[in-house]
Design a protein around this ligand. Structure first.
Ligand SMILES: [Zn+2]
Length: 81
């Protein structure tokens, strides 16, 4: 523990990760953390489902308010290290 990303960094990069905008090295760290952290894994899974539903309903790419929704969700469950 204590190496690579912590949960807070995960949250900071979550939007970019979900939109496939992270640099490869960063995305790999992200994946590594997800592998080790059940909480982040669950969070990302639920975010992905939100995005899938969203994309099914509306054709255009991710709207800015999706990021807001994610942030709202995150602030409801602050990470604890
Ligand atoms: Zn985590």
């Amino acid at each position: 523990m204590g190496e690579g990303m912590d949960c807070r960094q995960m949250f900071e990069h979550l939007g970019g990760y979900l939109e496939g905008e992270l640099a490869l090295a960063l995305a790999l760290e992200f994946d590594a953390h997800c592998h080790a952290c059940a909480r982040c894994r669950a969070l990302i899974q639920s975010c992905r489902q939100t995005i899938l539903v969203y994309r099914r309903q509306t054709a255009p790419p991710l709207a800015p308010n999706l990021h807001r929704k994610l942030m709202d969700r995150l602030s409801a469950k602050p990470p604890m290290d």
